[in-house]
Design a binder for this molecule. Sequence first.
Ligand code: C5P
Length: 230
Amino acid sequence: MSVVALVPAAGRGERLGYGMPKALVPVNGVPLLTRAVQGLFESGQVQHVVIAAPPSDVDQVHTATASLAPAGGAVHVLSGGSERTDSVRLALHHALSVIPDTSIVLVHDAARAFTPPEVIAGVVAAVRDGYDAVIPVLPVADTIKQVDEAGVVVSTPDRAALRVVQTPQGFRAETLKAAYSSGIAATDDAALVEKNGVAVHTVPGHAHAMKITTPFDLAVAEALFSGGQE
Ligand code: C5P
């Protein structure tokens, strides 16, 4: 019974404005992707990682990550697709074709490089406990408004019932395979599974699992994870 993590890392990272794919951007000298893969293995729950890399950097990513796998596991690197969902689909297909006994699949953004290993282990534990789909979430700090096309407020959802969603998102392998085979489109893997009629369970996320998207996020990460704070 293998736990396989799919890591979509093929984004161009234009909002970060760093002039290289976001996954390869270093924070205090270590690329985001390397940190994300380290965290997955440090959870002690993941045997295989399948990375959807920027097409121009497959060899470089392979060299940088191959040695991170534990005994009996491996890092697999393939060329990502044009949208995140294409990258996940390619990585899932690779996992199900090549890695024997894949029973649990995590999908984890390279951009959430500082996700604590405990969050990863918590997601895996909940899938092992019998949930088909599990996502880490945090409460919403701000009031959220729904607006129309003109920017006029339509409604104010009850904040107490809202959650911010992080990764890794965990699934029974069959559940994710069925969702990706359904032809339904969604930008988020759990949303795809939800649209396929599957209940999605939540577990506590962590502020450190923030997605690094903008130069501000990168500055926060550099400040938080400098020197001995890691
Ligand atoms: O751009 P954004 O931060 O939303 O991307 C989320 C994750 O999906 C990132 O880790 C990014 O590298 C990945 N991605 C991908 N393939 C794409 C676009 C994004 O693997 N074509």
